[in-house]
Design a protein around this ligand. Structure first.
Ligand code: FPP
Length: 247
């Protein structure tokens, strides 16, 4: 039986989030520069988004650039921004063809203007697409996202627009960049690292975590299938007992 046939279509994760890691090491193994790894990382982006769209996973969120990544050498940061612009430009038609809606979270205003424009154009062009929502986390920091939510909520309380007693899990979630996305059911990190790295700290509270040694440029549809099969073998208890879940 192929990996694909082992997936239970009735138990698909609704939202998969991925920390794409290992581009630099992949390039080094090939005796090449880091940016060569990032260029080849676009294959992983295409493989994972196509596989999600084909399977019926509704949301895919990719950690493409963290606020901490701004501290990388200028040459690498510039090359990554150019890669973002050129990839979005060349792939918008394919996104529309595959009915994939593009979305972005993070401090988008920190990106170079050209990248902001290209991103906004692609977001507008795909706004009516329905099969999959592909969210890119760009200049993203979960701690910053949470702090910004706290500041907005505190301001509204101070102005008597919000009652402290109304601050709930749901209300807080609605102040995050991800207000229009369900929390991820499955979070994948490639390259063998086992960290969250300031990614969706609030939203991952009950997500299943899956780590693979595969380096991101090698991430294939089969790698995604393996992650989903492992996810489906796990019992999600959300703090309850096994007996309560099986009732
Ligand atoms: C992590 O690998 C990867 C990144 C910081 C960038 C991710 C970018 C891409 C996959 C390409 C373009 C993406 C889009 C959405 C067009 P790393 O550099 O940290 O690898 P290392 O840990 O081996 O050094």
């Amino acid at each position: 039986m192929s990996l694909l046939e082992n997936i239970n279509k009735d138990k698909l994760p609704e939202h998969i989030a991925i920390i794409m890691d290992g581009n630099g090491r992949w390039a080094k193994l090939k005796g090449n520069k880091r940016i060569f790894g990032h260029k080849n990382g676009v294959a992983g982006v295409k493989n994972s988004s196509e596989a999600c769209a084909e399977l019926g996973v509704k949301y895919l969120t990719l950690y493409a650039f963290s606020t901490e990544n701004w501290n990388r050498p200028k040459l690498e940061v510039n090359a990554l921004m150019e890669l973002l612009v050129s990839t979005i430009h060349s792939e918008t038609k394919t996104l529309i063809k595959n009915d994939i809606k593009l979305n972005a979270i993070g401090q988008i205003s920190e990106l170079p203007e050209k990248a902001q424009r290209e991103l906004q154009d692609a977001i507008n062009a795909t706004s009516n697409c329905k099969r999959l929502t592909l969210t890119l986390a760009l200049s993203y920091s979960s701690k910053v996202e949470i702090l910004n939510a706290v500041k907005r909520i505190a301001t509204e309380v101070k102005l008597n627009k919000l009652d402290v007693n109304d601050i709930s899990d749901n209300l807080f979630s609605s102040y995050l960049n991800t207000y229009n996305l369900p929390d991820p059911d499955l979070m994948i990190r490639t390259s063998g690292e086992q960290r969250i790295s300031n990614f969706l700290l609030w939203q991952l509270a009950y997500s299943e975590l899956y780590f693979t040694e595969t380096l991101w440029p090698d991430f294939s549809k089969e790698d995604l299938y393996k992650a989903i099969i492992t996810y489906q073998s796990r019992e999600r208890r959300f703090g309850k007992t096994s007996e309560q879940i099986l009732k």
